[in-house]
Design a protein around this ligand. Sequence first.
Ligand code: NAD
Ligand code: GLY
Length: 363
Amino acid sequence: MSNPIVHVDLGERAYDIVIEAGALADIGTRCVDLFGAGKRVLMVSDANVAKFYVSGTEALLLRAGFQVSVIVLPAGESTKCVARLAEIWEEAVEARLDRKSFIVALGGGVIGDLAGFAAASFLRGIPFVQVPTSLLAMVDSAVGGKTGMNLPQGKNLVGAFHQPQMVLSDLSVLATLPARELHAGMAEVIKYGVIWDPEMFSFIESHVAEIKALDSEALHYLVKRSCEIKADVVRQDEREGGLRAILNFGHTLGHAIENVCGYGEWLHGEAIAMGMVYAAKISEVAHGFKADETDRLIALFKAFDLPVSWQGLEWGALYQAMTADKKAENALPKFVLAKEMGKVGLPEEVGMELLKKVYDDGA
Ligand code: NAD
Ligand code: GLY
């Protein structure tokens, strides 16, 4: 198997992403190398993930000489809230965490974002390790240092940039991830193909069955390549002053769909799959993106049972949500648009007539 490490080159905030089936077995020794033995550690997880991985991971950390506390929160997006954050802070006080202690976020993007924000804020910032267990978390949320939580008024309204000390992605944990979640994660992987890497896009087209069957070489290639791309983007623009915004391809309509339908009806990856088709169709008109390429995108999403059509979603509500999005300036929604497969531009405003026409034409 090829090199398991992707280095995120951020100077004094640099860290490694370890991508390997079985990587979790080394968590104790890797954390000793990073933090020194004997430190206090608070592991945060959710109830679904805990069923499979909490006691084993706790045992590994104890065996490595750490003083371990554990908090298990309910699974789901609603956990990313101030009340659950306060529970983590309280547990951190109870466990007597100090500035040399660290947090381990063992779970999907919900746990990674919330535990990461707890680490960013407790004692004005303590170190943390991301152990992503969903495909989406492995290829996106665990990498790049965005942490945060939701308010009743909207998603991710409170947060901080706080890079982890390590990301430990054990591909074998994907065996217990529900297929629908795996496919939603694939939407983000496919996104990297469209914005950056047409070769990876072609690879996915020709390996759908292997990916669905969790073929370890295919998964290793996809997770590693996605992390390399995200690491490259984040290295160039850690705080989203410019380039990092290309990671939002498909997200303008995607966020609007999540907003209008309520979080829970569509998974994030499903919403952005629809959003990417919408953005590709706008790109055809605005930048001459080839209709054949949009067709490839639609076919690939369908192969992973992802939705591609916004039919049935009401235009007025979607448009209002798109203009209310925090990325919209002057009330005109902004979109990352594709020029060709593997190449996109920075977000740009798109006029209402074109947006409505593409909406009416459908997918
Ligand atoms: P999630 O954390 O809710 O995980 C999805 C579901 O899968 C949950 O029910 C979880 O319990 C379960 N699960 C996770 N791993 C499992 C495993 N190995 N076995 C069995 N069940 C498992 O959702 P997600 O899709 O991982 O992440 C979505 C969150 O990530 C959102 O809150 C989103 O805002 C955030 N996000 C953050 C960033 C970022 O840059 N920080 C980027 C993208 C998304
Ligand atoms: N998920 C987008 C980002 O990390 O910037």
